[in-house]
Design a protein around this ligand. Structure first.
Ligand code: FAD
Ligand code: MLT
Ligand code: ZN
Length: 478
């Protein structure tokens, strides 16, 4: 049988793409493509015509132009650590994965302007290191930082552990370079802190999950490196005590709190069970803990004394049950490991239904209490693994299957638990996706909870910037 016209067009487009990127720039062998076609949790698996790995913005632009002409869907991918299926192609196999990993140059560091200009494929940890080498801080920090790349971080508007002090990824961007859906390149690589010349176009692409354009480079904000950093692990009476402690800690340290992470005992127990080399840092067993980090520009002991005072006052007020402050950088790393390995430690415990939600900080205790009670009533024996960036009102409300339950049967109830948890979030004025984005996982939830006018505006933007619908089709509102 003769190939259809559509297949002939696609096959000619693939030939043109191979010629654009050269032999190092594409993969079509099934085994070599495999890592690009599955998300780390295994929830999303796809197929693709090819994985393209361009080496420059020009090559990205030419590839996009060919895809626009041939009507081929493109799925941008950076470190592939996203948790909502955004970077994985659909299983019909007709899309192309566009991996930015080869574009990993630091283009410029300007210490006096406190900026760094990097390509989209730079691994986050490498950006942090390049900043540190220039005696500056790039504060974005998350558990996947050794693998995720800046293009992915900006496209998901990543959060992480330092949002309380430095903001989300979108707050750390001064300029962008973006390849548009027709292959034109928008050079918005400006390092300006003040630029009031109309609409802030870069904001459209930040958090757009690759549906409006392909980010190829960015100018990022840098900060002074802190002179003192103090890290504590504190047992608290309950989430309400944690939130009260946060308010006191902000006031008592001159607003020097950089991270405030809530950890339930259930989460800690999973870490202690499954992550080698971890141990409980406190003698007192409590249902809730916080990992607290404060930093200040000045070196010296003032910050530590202030934090000690906050904890002592907290103990007197009955909020704090026990606590320890790290005596060295190594000890601090050990405490952070207890927090950052929670996701990994959940895996051997079976299926986990995840909710990445936010509510006003003051409502965190009410959210946890109501959502826990409702989920436990719906399925006795489920294990609530609530943890996360409580200082930002962002809780990872993950629920692990009952011990011994059937994983697939449990995960089939995902939508039912979504409704339970997200209804409570909505009642509290919160968001159903605090930091991981929408991707494929939360498309229906987005439409369910966002006002119709907001969805209409989002779709209008999508149609304007990507009229042929070739950029990350079927993701977010596409
Ligand atoms: P990918 O997964 O490759 O892509 C993510 C999305 O962006 C996809 O929709 C993709 O199509 C799009 N995209 C990628 N690159 C581009 C580009 N150049 N242009 C346009 N679109 C693009 N997230 C948090 O926010 N906070 C956390 O604390 C956090 N902790 C995590 C801990 C672990 C252990 C893991 C595995 C993940 C965690 N995540 C967290 C989720 C994930 O790391 C972030 O979403 C991260 O920003 C994704 O970056 P990536 O490079 O892996 O992007
Ligand atoms: C984290 O903060 O550890 C991640 O964003 C949460 C997750 O993996 O669910
Ligand atoms: Zn998180």
């Amino acid at each position: 049988m003769l190939p259809s016209v559509q297949e002939t067009v696609a096959s000619e487009a693939l030939d043109r793409i191979r010629a654009i990127v050269g032999p190092r720039g594409w993969i079509s062998d099934a085994q070599d493509m495999a890592p690009y076609l599955v998300e780390e949790r295994g929830l999303y698996r796809g197929r693709a015509r090819m994985v393209v790995r361009p080496g420059s913005t020009q090559e990205v632009a030419e590839v996009v132009r060919v895809c626009a002409e041939a009507g081929l869907g493109l799925v941008p991918q950076s470190g592939n650590t996203g948790l909502v299926g955004g970077g994985i192609p659909h299983d019909h196999g007709e899309e192309i994965v566009l991996s930015l990993g080869r574009m990993n140059r630091v283009r410029a560091v300007d210490p006096l302007n406190y900026t760094i200009t990097v390509e989209a494929g730079c691994v986050l940890a490498a950006v942090q290191k390049a900043a540190a080498d220039a005696d500056r801080l790039f504060p974005l920090s998350l558990g996947a930082e050794g693998t995720c790349q800046i293009g992915g971080n900006l496209s998901t508007n990543a959060g992480g552990i330092a949002v309380l002090r430095y903001g989300m990824a979108r707050d750390l961007v001064l300029g962008l370079e973006v390849v548009l859906a027709d292959g034109r390149v928008w050079n918005g690589l400006r390092g300006l802190r003040k630029d009031n010349t109309g609409y802030d176009l870069k904001q459209l692409f930040l958090g757009a999950e690759g549906t409006l354009g392909i980010i190829t480079a960015a100018v990022l904000k840098l900060f002074p490196r802190p002179g003192a950093v103090e890290t504590g692990f504190v047992a608290v009476r309950n989430p309400a005590a944690a939130i009260e402690l946060l308010a006191r800690a902000r006031a008592g340290t001159g607003d020097a709190i950089t991270a405030f992470e809530l950890i339930s005992r259930t989460a800690l127990d999973m870490v202690l069970r499954h992550i080698p080399g971890t141990s409980d840092p406190l003698a007192t067993r409590s249902p809730w803990y916080v990992l607290i980090e404060a930093s200040s520009g000045a070196a010296g002991s003032a910050l530590r004394s202030a934090l000690e005072q906050v904890l002592a006052d907290g103990a007197e007020a009955g909020l704090v049950l026990d606590g320890t402050l790290a005596a060295s950088g190594e000890q601090a790393k050990g405490l952070w490991r207890l927090r950052e390995t929670i996701t990994e430690a959940q895996k051997p415990e079976g299926g986990s239904i995840k909710h990445d939600v936010s509510v006003p900080v003051s409502k965190v205790p009410e959210f946890i209490a109501r959502a826990s009670a409702s989920c436990e009533a719906a399925l006795p024996g489920i294990r609530i693994v609530a943890f996360g960036h409580a200082g930002d009102g962002n809780i990872h409300f993950n629920i692990s299957q009952p011990v011994g339950a059937d994983r697939a049967g449990y995960l089939a109830r995902w939508e039912e638990f979504n409704r339970i948890v997200h209804d409570i979030v909505a009642e509290l004025g919160g968001s159903i996706s605090a930091e991981h984005g929408i991707g494929r996982l939360k498309r229906e939830e987005l439409v369910h909870y966002k006002a119709p006018l907001e969805i209409e505006l989002m779709r209008a933007l999508k149609r304007t910037l990507d009229p042929k619908g070739i950029l990350n089709p079927g993701k977010v509102v596409g």
